[in-house]
Every structure is written in structure tokens, then in C-alpha cells.
Design a protein around this ligand. Structure first.
Ligand code: ADP
Length: 380
């Protein structure tokens, strides 16, 4: 039988879907996007606008593609399970996504696998939270299990009084909260990898993620001064997670490096991730190309670096008036090494509006150049 052009359907019209578009074009794949609104970041590939919470909308979209994948993790599991029951090819499958959607389920599952994690507990009431705080040095990180992102749904608590509003509305969070030991970490790390339904697995080198106000501001690839043992250990963690949870496509494992040397898992993302944007210029195969290959069960590409160092800096909105067009010529003129990516999103303070990557022999030079170009773009 002659092979047809594979058609990938992405649910969600954000910047991740947008950045899957160039490699889809290069590989000769068809990419279609179900966007939540007209004028989304992935406008160029959008073939349908509709609500991903509605099964009939998602079903209609699924009929036009060979595989369904995602720009975000918010499609209800009930919708995904119904698609799978229809025989739709969903990658990653709902059984894997269940762990990315609920931080409590993720902790339970990783605990069963014996993977390194902060101490944690499921919290049903004030008394169990106060007990956990007392057992963990008088402080805890409290999280809503569902729906948090970029630090929303994460709080430092020293008493159950600090979480009164959440404890009074537990039903909004699925009935319980997640308490974690407040890890005394020296830095945050992310291990990016990809796995195909057929079981092929490849990892990129470990990266360091730098956060400001709970949002990633920069990524250093590879993570500076990581030992060979650390690199092997974190790649092995990703492999074990991907295999045990049945993850397909790109998997990002966010981790903390604690002051006492432990490396513990913070959370999982089952899609291309901000920590992997550097790979567009920094790796033989970008995370976006790899995600497409993986969900289509095509052979994975090399994850080898193309330069000694890659640094990515996020363009976070300063106010609602940012317009990169104003300063684009100036930024390109003053920073010819910088690769500028903008997402076509409306400006808002703190919003991820784009990113800049610089590859170099020197990590310091790459960081300075990327930050310099970002400053010109954001401040004109
Ligand atoms: P989100 O899903 O909103 O990204 P995260 O679980 O990644 O939330 O937490 C956001 C940030 O809060 C982390 O990047 C880290 O800086 C801090 N944080 C989260 N969990 C812990 C923890 N157990 N100990 C110390 N800091 C934490």
C-alpha cells in the first residue's frame, strides 16, 4: 500500500503548537491545530477553533488526523478516554496524561517506583497539614493537585491558617491538597527526553532552569558543572518515568538539586517544554521535531548538542504595551548571534511572549548576549 502523508493533530493553539509547525513543514508532515480561539499563537496551522472540553468538538477534529497530541495538559481525561474508545490514536495516551494532570497521582506513582522525591503527604484537613508542617521543620510547600502552572497553585505555608481559603474549598481541588517538604535547593534542573509508542527512547543533556517569581526566565544547556554521574542518573530517571508511566512524545522531568546533594523530582510535563526551547538551535534534533517523530512512531533523531553551550532567555511581558516589532530592527542589529522567537501573543506583564537562544563556546557569553537582546526587545 502506498504511504499517505502523516497528519498530526495538536490540541491547543499556544506557542508549543506554533513551534511544532516548522519541523512539520520540513519533514513533509501535515499539522493541524484545534485552537481555543481565533488569532492564537498557532494561527498558521489552525484548522479548527473550538472548546477542547467538548467531546463532540474534539471528535470532529480527531476525524481529520492520524494522531492526536497536545500543546497543553488540560484536555479532560473523560474526553481523551472517549476518543481512545473510538479507536483514535492519542499520544501521549490518557493513562500517562493522568499523572501529568494531577500532582497527587504523580507523587503516588513515582513513590511506588521508588524514584527520588521530596517528602510529601496528601492533605484532607487542617490537622493533617499542621502535622506535616511540624514533621518537616515548621514549613511546607502546599500545592493544588490540579490546574496549577507557573507557580499559581503553589504556596509556602507555616501553619494551616496560611491555607485557610484552600482548606475551606477542597472540593474545588478534587477533595485534597498536596503538601511537600520545602526542599533547600541550590538550583532547578530539567531532564528532557522523548519516547515512541514502539519504545525507542532518547534524552537530551540535562539543563539548568533559572526561575524568577515562579516563572522560568532562563535555561542553561547543558547544566553547568553537572558531573557524569548526575547526567547519567537524571537520564535514567527520565527513562524509568517514561517507561513506567507509558509516556510518549516529549517528557520533561523538572527536578531540584538539594544543598545536601540529593536530586529530587518536582514535576512532570508530557509535551514539549520551556526547558527544551534551546534545542531548536542547540541540538541536532529539536524537541518539537522529536515530539512529532515520537507521536508518529517514527525513528527518533540525534539529541547531540550542536554547540558547547546553548542559553535560552524567555521574553516575559513587562506591561500590556510590549510590541516587539518596535525594537526588532534594533535588537537584530545589536545582537547578530541571537535567535529571536516571538509567539504572536498579546502583551501582558509576566506573560511568556517569546524567547531568545544564543549558542556559543562560552556559557557566560551566551547568557549575556541573550539577556542583552531580550532587554532591547522588551525595553526598546
Ligand atoms: P507549577 O506547576 O505552577 O509550575 P511547581 O510545582 O513547578 O508549580 O512549583 C513552582 C515553583 O515553586 C518551583 O519552580 C519551585 O521554585 C517552587 N517549589 C515547588 N515545589 C517545591 C518544593 N517542594 N520545595 C521547594 N520549592 C518548591
Amino acid at each position: 500500500m502506498t504511504k499517505q502523508t502523516p497528519r498530526v493533530g495538536v490540541i491547543g493553539g499556544g506557542q508549543l503548537a506554533r513551534m511544532m509547525t516548522p519541523p512539520a513543514i520540513n519533514l513533509g508532515l501535515q499539522i493541524k491545530v484545534l485552537a481555543e480561539a481565533a488569532g492564537s499563537s498557532a494561527e498558521l496551522a489552525t484548522t479548527m477553533v473550538g472548546d477542547y472540553n467538548q467531546l463532540d468538538v474534539v471528535r470532529e477534529f480527531a476525524r481529520t488526523v492520524d494522531v492526536i497530541t497536545f500543546d497543553h495538559e488540560h484536555v479532560p481525561l473523560a474526553v481523551l478516554r472517549a476518543l481512545e474508545a473510538d479507536g483514535v490514536n492519542v499520544q501521549p495516551p490518557s493513562k500517562a496524561l493522568a499523572f501529568a494532570q494531577n500532582k497527587l497521582h504523580m507523587r503516588q506513582q513515582l513513590g511506588e517506583l521508588g524514584l527520588p522525591m521530596p517528602a510529601w503527604a496528601e492533605i484532607h484537613d487542617a490537622a493533617s497539614l499542621d502535622d506535616f508542617i511540624a514533621a518537616n521543620g515548621g514549613v511546607a510547600i502546599l500545592k493544588t493537585p490540579i490546574g496549577g502552572y507557573d507557580g499559581k497553585g503553589v504556596r509556602v505555608v507555616r501553619s494551616s491558617v496560611d491555607a485557610k481559603d484552600w482548606l475551606e474549598n477542597l472540593a474545588d481541588f478534587g477533595g485534597s491538597l498536596l503538601a511537600e517538604e520545602k526542599v533547600d535547593f541550590v538550583r532547578e534542573l530539567a531532564q528532557l527526553s522523548a519516547r515512541t509508542p514502539g519504545g525507542e527512547f532518547k534524552a537530551w543533556p540535562l539543563v539548568e532552569t533559572i526561575q524568577e517569581n515562579g516563572v522560568c526566565s532562563a535555561v542553561m544547556a547543558p547544566a553547568p558543572a553537572a558531573s557524569a554521574e548526575t547526567l547519567a542518573a537524571t537520564a535514567d530517571i527520565a527513562k524509568r518515568v517514561a517507561e513506567a508511566l507509558g509516556v510518549t512524545g516529549v517528557l520533561a522531568v523538572e527536578m531540584f538539586e538539594a544543598r545536601d546533594g540529593r536530586i529530587v523530582i518536582n514535576e512532570l510535563a508530557m509535551r514539549p517544554h520551556n526547558s527544551g526551547h534551546f534545542s531548536i538551535e542547540g541540538s541536532v534534533t529539536s524537541q518539537f521535531e522529536q515530539h512529532l517523530r515520537a507521536v508518529l512512531d517514527l525513528p527518533l533523531g540525534s539529541t547531540a548538542p550542536r554547540a558547547a553551550h546553548s542559553v535560552m532567555v524567555n521574553l516575559l511581558g513587562v506591561d500590556d504595551k510590549n510590541n516587539f516589532v518596535q525594537a526588532l530592527d534594533k535588537a537584530l542589529q545589536s545582537h547578530p548571534d541571537a535567535k529571536v522567537h516571538t509567539y504572536g501573543k498579546g502583551a501582558r506583564a509576566g506573560r511568556k511572549m517569546g524567547h531568545i537562544t544564543v549558542v556559543s563556546d562560552s556559557a557566560e557569553h551566551a547568557l549575556a548576549e541573550a539577556r542583552g537582546a531580550a532587554a532591547v526587545l522588551l525595553r526598546g
